[in-house]
Design a protein around this ligand. Structure first.
Ligand SMILES: [Zn+2]
Length: 112
Protein backbone atom coordinates (compact mmCIF):
# COMPACT_ATOMS: atom_id res chain seq x y z
CA UNK A 1 0.00 0.00 0.00
CA UNK A 2 1.20 3.50 -0.71
CA UNK A 3 -0.17 6.81 0.46
CA UNK A 4 0.75 10.41 -0.19
CA UNK A 5 0.25 12.99 2.53
CA UNK A 6 1.50 16.42 1.42
CA UNK A 7 5.20 15.83 0.88
CA UNK A 8 5.40 12.59 2.82
CA UNK A 9 5.18 9.19 1.14
CA UNK A 10 4.12 6.18 3.17
CA UNK A 11 4.97 2.80 1.70
CA UNK A 12 3.50 -0.04 3.74
CA UNK A 13 4.89 -3.53 3.31
CA UNK A 14 4.16 -6.81 5.02
CA UNK A 15 6.76 -8.84 6.87
CA UNK A 16 6.28 -12.14 8.55
CA UNK A 17 8.58 -13.16 11.37
CA UNK A 18 10.84 -16.17 10.80
CA UNK A 19 11.18 -18.39 13.88
CA UNK A 20 9.73 -15.60 15.94
CA UNK A 21 12.48 -13.16 14.97
CA UNK A 22 12.04 -10.17 12.70
CA UNK A 23 14.68 -10.69 10.03
CA UNK A 24 13.45 -8.12 7.53
CA UNK A 25 12.92 -10.95 5.06
CA UNK A 26 9.86 -12.98 4.33
CA UNK A 27 10.06 -16.58 5.45
CA UNK A 28 10.41 -19.23 2.75
CA UNK A 29 6.89 -20.45 3.38
CA UNK A 30 5.41 -16.96 3.23
CA UNK A 31 1.77 -16.62 2.31
CA UNK A 32 -0.01 -13.82 0.49
CA UNK A 33 -1.88 -11.66 3.03
CA UNK A 34 -4.64 -11.11 0.45
CA UNK A 35 -5.45 -14.66 -0.65
CA UNK A 36 -3.20 -17.03 1.32
CA UNK A 37 -1.35 -18.16 -1.82
CA UNK A 38 2.32 -19.07 -1.65
CA UNK A 39 4.81 -16.28 -2.45
CA UNK A 40 7.52 -16.94 -5.04
CA UNK A 41 10.79 -15.21 -4.08
CA UNK A 42 13.28 -13.52 -6.42
CA UNK A 43 10.72 -12.30 -8.95
CA UNK A 44 10.33 -8.98 -10.70
CA UNK A 45 7.09 -7.07 -11.15
CA UNK A 46 5.78 -3.97 -12.88
CA UNK A 47 4.10 -1.93 -10.18
CA UNK A 48 2.01 1.26 -10.53
CA UNK A 49 2.30 3.79 -7.73
CA UNK A 50 -0.47 6.40 -7.46
CA UNK A 51 0.77 9.43 -5.55
CA UNK A 52 -2.03 11.97 -5.56
CA UNK A 53 -2.06 13.46 -9.09
CA UNK A 54 1.15 11.62 -10.05
CA UNK A 55 1.25 8.07 -11.40
CA UNK A 56 4.59 6.29 -11.60
CA UNK A 57 4.83 2.87 -13.21
CA UNK A 58 8.07 1.13 -12.27
CA UNK A 59 9.11 -1.94 -14.25
CA UNK A 60 11.21 -4.87 -13.02
CA UNK A 61 10.95 -4.12 -9.30
CA UNK A 62 12.45 -6.92 -7.15
CA UNK A 63 9.49 -8.56 -5.49
CA UNK A 64 7.94 -11.71 -4.13
CA UNK A 65 4.89 -12.53 -6.21
CA UNK A 66 1.84 -14.48 -5.10
CA UNK A 67 1.51 -17.69 -7.08
CA UNK A 68 -2.30 -17.50 -6.86
CA UNK A 69 -3.37 -13.88 -7.33
CA UNK A 70 -0.18 -12.36 -8.75
CA UNK A 71 0.05 -9.61 -6.11
CA UNK A 72 3.66 -8.38 -5.88
CA UNK A 73 5.29 -7.67 -2.50
CA UNK A 74 8.41 -5.52 -2.49
CA UNK A 75 11.51 -6.84 -0.81
CA UNK A 76 12.89 -4.79 2.09
CA UNK A 77 15.77 -3.38 0.03
CA UNK A 78 13.47 -2.53 -2.86
CA UNK A 79 11.09 -0.76 -0.48
CA UNK A 80 13.88 1.53 0.72
CA UNK A 81 14.93 2.28 -2.86
CA UNK A 82 11.38 2.92 -4.01
CA UNK A 83 10.72 5.42 -1.24
CA UNK A 84 13.74 7.47 -2.31
CA UNK A 85 12.88 7.21 -6.00
CA UNK A 86 9.20 8.08 -5.55
CA UNK A 87 10.07 11.20 -3.57
CA UNK A 88 11.91 12.45 -6.66
CA UNK A 89 9.04 11.64 -9.03
CA UNK A 90 6.48 13.48 -6.90
CA UNK A 91 8.45 16.71 -7.33
CA UNK A 92 8.54 16.45 -11.14
CA UNK A 93 5.96 18.35 -13.21
CA UNK A 94 4.99 15.09 -14.92
CA UNK A 95 1.70 13.36 -14.21
CA UNK A 96 2.52 9.91 -15.62
CA UNK A 97 5.98 8.36 -15.69
CA UNK A 98 7.19 4.92 -16.72
CA UNK A 99 10.59 3.89 -15.43
CA UNK A 100 12.78 0.84 -15.01
CA UNK A 101 13.87 -0.02 -11.47
CA UNK A 102 17.28 -1.22 -12.68
CA UNK A 103 17.94 1.95 -14.66
CA UNK A 104 16.79 4.18 -11.82
CA UNK A 105 18.95 2.51 -9.23
CA UNK A 106 21.95 2.28 -11.57
CA UNK A 107 21.77 5.96 -12.52
CA UNK A 108 21.95 7.17 -8.94
CA UNK A 109 22.92 4.41 -6.53
CA UNK A 110 21.49 4.94 -3.09
CA UNK A 111 23.52 3.96 -0.06
CA UNK A 112 21.93 1.20 1.97
ZN1 LIG B 1 -2.40 -13.75 -3.35
Amino acid sequence: MIALDQDRILLVTVYQPSNGKMTGKLANNSRCPLCGGRLIPDQHATIPFVLGRVVVVVKDVPAEVCRSCGEPYLTGAATDQMLLLLRRFVRLPIEVSVASYAELTAAEPVAA
